[in-house]
Design a protein around this ligand. Structure first.
Ligand code: C2E
Ligand code: CA
Ligand code: CA
Length: 663
């Protein structure tokens, strides 16, 4: 999953969590409010109905009691005015009772209440005549005793029966009020429980989300730290972490008074493996190298990858006298072939070592010194080198040379030397190889081996190659104008195969010169082609289309893949001088030379041998069927002036031969 997809995924999860919490909160409020309003409604009912009913029933009850008291008082009163007042009170209580009952009957009633009221109505109706009779008796009859007796025996029981019903009504309404209050309380209780549980759920979900967010955030923070500190391919510490460790090591070393070493390792020809066998193999190889380094050193030492095929090992408690021991241990670990799907790939490495505190006193200079030593190891092909100040001067020298080289190309400090190539059958010159020299104002005459790598490093190789081709073509024009129809070979560097514009540039220079392309040979080393096979093929094909001759230089020294060579549009192989020079003494070299000649001829290629230093070597090459020879024996690389002389005087020169013929 990509990082942004992960990010969106996490954002969505958190968002979803918050939506749930929000929904819970909203439902919590809605449900809570509903329950509260229900409970309120119930309480309102109690207030509006039951309390009114109770009030009315109480009114009925007190009216009845007052009426009964009035009834009792009537017989005892003698004064007709008092009697009259009492009668009025008696009647008023009756009206009060009836009004209260009527009001009650207009309120919403349940069945029990209606039943009681119906009973009351019936009882009142039945009691009415007797009560009336008793009251009249009390008013007009003077016989108190009889009136009393009648009240006690007839009227009072009837009134009491009514009063009992009113009490029952009151009792009923009180109990209804209690039930309503209880119901309201239950409702409130339910709301409380619900609110509490929903609140707890929301809190729990919120905490869960917070926990999740904290975990994700700390996980991502760790991932970021890992990315910032570790190399994703090998899992080894990267440059930043190495720098930290170096600084810690310096502190520790100061405290404990001991020395430590920094070993910088660069794989040889890793790029070739990567380009020919693919990145998958390259990546696995880099991981394997990391594992081997870790197995070689102690666990407290740090193995880091700086990028590309560069590794650094920080070795605690190591001094320069132990350097060779540790360097050999690492080189031995790298010596084992690396296996990939039944293929065995040989790897080798170059190591540079620097030491704290005897050589360098900070992290940057430790790495810089180890790098300079590593460069020296590569240059001397010794496997490893210990840092020394002389190397520093060389590399500082390299730096200044680099900046001077640009100037040199522009201000014509470069010049070409030419070395003849002789046709073995006729013994006559067939062509020249242009070899660049730098006439440095202070350092004198510099050979290409000292500055071509610098030009490649400094990105100046395209400009240099253009300059060489132009100068070589100018020379060829001069020769051709004189009637010396020679071929000219020009060297290309590995880096030229990265420049997709090279064929166009060369084609333009050729056109400008007016030279027929068949007189131009471009030499490219076998390893240069192998280091960039895809672009190499495109560029070589384009050059071939222009009609120039393509030669594989230094053949036999690189990673030969014949299958690949066959696909290249090349016309010529140049056998490397290392085989030719030793051919007479070394049987192996002789075999290589012989088989290379056969192989080239089988593929339809012309063969040139370089480094021919003796007559015997030349004879042997001619015997083996080699087409052309080049070497100190026939002619060293020479300046234009010397070339003119050579062309006039050498036995191999066609001018010389034709002059001889004329005589
Ligand atoms: P190379 O292309 O293999 O050139 C042949 C080298 O072998 C030349 O060295 C030449 O001086 C040397 N040589 C010739 N005959 C003999 C011999 O009989 N014995 C021995 N021991 N050596 C012999 P030089 O001129 O120093 O060139 C070195 C390399 O620099 C060349 O090797 C070529 O790869 C590169 N180079 C030279 N000129 C150019 C250039 O203009 N552009 C590029 N890109 N590379 C160049
Ligand atoms: Ca060459
Ligand atoms: Ca060569």
């Amino acid at each position: 999953m990509t990082k942004s997809a992960q990010h969106i995924g996490m954002g969505a999860q958190i968002g979803f969590g918050f939506v749930i919490v929000l929904a819970l909160m909203v439902s919590l409020s809605v449900i809570g409010l509903r329950y509260v309003s229900e409970a309120n409604q119930r309480l309102k009912d109690i207030a509006l109905n039951n309390n009114v009913k109770i009030e009315l029933a109480t009114k009925m009850h007190s009216a009845l009691r007052e009426r009964m008291l009035s009834m009792h008082s009537l017989p005892i009163l003698d004064d007709p005015f008092d009697k009259d007042a009492e009668i009025q009170r008696f009647n008023a209580q009756g009206i009060r009772y009836t009004q209260a009952r009527n009001q009650l009957e207009h309120l919403p009633l349940n069945r029990q209440e209606s039943d009681i009221l119906a009973r009351l109505r019936k009882l009142t109706r039945e009691a009415q005549p007797e009560v009336q009779a008793v009251v009249e008796m009390a008013m007009f009859n003077s016989n108190q005793q009889e009136a009393f007796a009648r009240i006690r025996k007839v009227a009072m029981p009837a009134q009491r029966a009514i009063a009992e019903q009113v009490s029952a009504l009151l009792e009923l309404q009180r109990s209804q009020t209690e039930v309503a209050v209880e119901n309201a309380e239950t409702s409130y209780g339910r709301v409380r429980t619900l609110m509490t549980s929903l609140g707890t759920a929301a809190l729990l979900i919120g905490m869960l989300i917070a926990g999740f967010v904290i975990r994700r955030v700390s996980f991502q923070a760790k991932q970021l730290t890992d990315q910032a500190m570790y190399d994703p391919l090998t899992g080894l510490p990267n440059r930043s972490l190495l720098r930290d460790r170096l600084e810690q090591a310096i502190e520790l070393s100061k405290r404990e008074q001991h020395s430590f070493g920094v070993l910088l390792m660069d794989l040889d020809r890793f790029k070739e493996v990567n380009d020919t066998l693919g990145h998958e193999v390259g990546d696995e190889l880099l991981r394997e190298v990391g594992r081997r380094l870790n197995e070689t050193v102690r666990s407290e030492d740090t193995v880091a990858r700086l990028g590309g095929d560069e590794y650094v090992v920080l070795i605690h408690k190591l001094d320069p006298t132990e350097a060779s021991f540790i360097a050999n241990k690492v080189l031995t670990a790298m010596d084992k072939p690396f296996h990939w799907q039944n293929q065995s790939i040989d790897i080798s490495a170059s190591l540079g070592l620097s030491f704290y505190p005897s050589q360098c006193d900070d992290a940057s200079s430790l790495l810089r010194c180890a790098d300079i030593a590593m460069y020296e190891a590569k240059r001397s092909s010794k496997g490893y080198a210990l840092y020394s100040q002389d190397q520093d001067h060389t590399s500082r020298g390299d730096l200044s040379l680099k900046s001077e080289l640009r100037e040199a190309i522009q201000s014509n400090q470069l010049c070409l030397y030419y070395q003849p190539q002789i046709d073995n059958r006729s013994g006559l010159i067939a062509g020249l190889e242009a070899l660049v020299r730098w006439n440095h104002p202070q350092r004198g005459f510099l050979t290409p081996d000292t500055f071509i790598p610098l030009a490649e490093d400094a990105g100046l190789i395209d400009a240099l190659s253009r300059w060489v081709l132009k100068a070589a073509l100018d020379q060829l024009v001069t020769l051709h104008q004189r009637g010396t129809m020679l071929n000219m070979a020009v060297n290309l560097s590995a880096r030229n195969l990265h420049d997709m514009e090279l064929p166009d540039t060369f084609s333009r220079l050729l056109e400008d010169s007016g030279i027929d392309p068949e007189y131009l040979t471009l030499e490219i080393t076998e390893s240069a082609v192998m280091s960039n096979p895809s672009n190499g093929l495109i560029i070589l094909t384009a050059l071939d289309k222009m009609g120039v001759t393509l030669a594989i230089d230094d053949f036999g020294t690189g990673y030969s893949s014949l299958a690949y060579l066959k696909r290249l549009p090349v016309d010529e192989l140049k056998i490397d001088k290392s085989f030719v020079t030793d051919m007479e003494n070394n049987e192996n070299d002789a075999v290589i030379v012989r088989s290379t000649i056969d192989l080239a001829h089988n593929l339809g290629l012309k063969v040139t041998a370089e480094g021919v230093e003796t007559q015997d070597a030349w004879d042997l090459l001619s015997m083996l069927g080699c087409d052309q020879s080049q070497g100190y024996f026939m002619g060293r690389p020479m300046s234009v002036e010397k070339l003119d002389l050579w062309l006039r005087e050498s036995a191999h020169s066609s001018t010389f031969a034709s002059a001889l013929h004329a005589v």
